[in-house]
Design a protein around this ligand. Sequence first.
Ligand SMILES: [Zn+2]
Length: 144
Amino acid sequence: MIADVPAILGAINSVMSMVKGIVSSTRDIKLKTLLIKVYDQLFMDKTCIDKMADEIKTLENKLDTINNWENEKDDYELIPLGAGNFAYRRRKEPDGGIEHDIHFCSNCFENKIKTVLNFTQFGRELIISCPKCNAKYKIMANRQ
Ligand SMILES: [Zn+2]
């Protein structure tokens, strides 16, 4: 459908050119007046089609972003950190992966943002926090 827009705009331009040619060659005032209204309407239709095509393109880009996230999201798993807290990490690949050991904030992840959790405090329990949303996650000391 969006691929047809240039052809539709081209057709409208052709009709506008024909209308313009008739307007400049006719001496019939009523016909000229009518054709100028037709020309103006075609111009408004063309502008409207242009705007709709832009909006469709914007929506297609948003849909691509959503679909890309859905695909990328499948590469991650939600894992328990302990004390009822969870974080995302990349699923382990057969060849192993560096990113597997990196934990991402589950709160940010649900908003389609991958934010690496940072260690902020050591004690009996390890506490890591999200630098973006300030969520804090306790990790039990005996966690594997
Ligand atoms: Zn966060």
